[in-house]
Design a protein around this ligand. Structure first.
Ligand code: DC
Length: 228
């Protein structure tokens, strides 16, 4: 069974996808983490962000793998379901490094690179084949990567609500709500304007507006739909 969750940044899809995968006992795939991993490598290696061919050439040498990180014992375990996902690039654990504002800001160079997208989409399909059942989230999962998915969801929420959620997650006094909102609006524009892999609703996706819903309510709603 393949379940796809697409939607804009801050729509809650990562947490929802993770909880849903856990409830179903299947693999969870965070495709945004793959774009972030390559972005991190590009910044660290000072790859020329404005040279698409060179970026793609370098990116294709990267080896990305996910591992399950048991947050209680800090040990790396093989079992896929029910544990926290970590990500490695060429063997190095970069799970927390890919969440920096620098990586977030530069990720559009990688997300907008057609050759890198093809390279990552191939890997996403391979992960799905190996997993058998999967809950995957991103921007193009239901439209482009898994057009024949069993269930497709598009999670949305108003820009203000998404920015407020982000703001509440950040340490107090470090960022202004207005800055989060503006950067989110810019990310939405880049996500929807991309020539390949743009954020859009698949014709057969179920659209869920999470503005007035709690995380638990969204997970429960999706769970009921996929386990009729
Ligand atoms: O969801 P996120 O913020 O972790 O995504 C990081 C970047 O990757 C962001 O620029 C959007 C992009 N992305 C994408 O283009 N396609 C996906 N399937 C997932 C993420």
């Amino acid at each position: 069974m393949i379940v796809t969750l697409d939607g804009p940044a801050g729509s809650g899809k990562s947490t929802v996808a993770q909880c849903l995968a856990e409830k179903l006992g299947v693999t969870y795939l965070d495709t945004g983490a793959m774009y972030r991993a390559i972005t991190w490598a590009a910044l660290k290696g000072q790859w020329p962000l404005d040279h698409p061919e060179e970026l793609a050439r370098q990116a294709q040498k990267c080896r990305i793998d996910f591992f399950c990180h048991d947050s209680h014992s800090d040990s790396h375990v093989k079992n896929d379901a029910g544990t926290h996902k970590g990500i490695r690039l060429d063997g190095q654990d970069i799970t927390s490094l890919i969440r920096s504002p620098e990586v977030t800001d530069a990720s559009h160079y990688i997300a907008g690179n057609v050759a890198i997208r093809e390279f990552l989409v191939d890997q996403q399909r391979l992960i799905a084949r190996q997993a058998g059942s999967l809950v995957t989230e991103g921007r193009d999962q239901g439209t482009l990567v898994f057009p024949n998915a069993d269930y497709k969801f598009y999670l949305d929420a108003t820009a203000e609500c998404r920015a407020k959620r982000r703001y509440r997650q950040m340490p107090k006094g470090q960022v202004r709500y207005e800055d989060i909102l503006n950067s989110q609006i810019q990310r939405d524009q880049r996500d929807t304007a991309r020539l390949v892999g743009a954020l859009k609703t698949a014709d057969d996706a179920i659209v869920i507006d999470t503005t007035e819903m709690t995380l638990e309510q969204v997970v429960e709603k999706l769970y009921k739909i996929v386990t009729p």
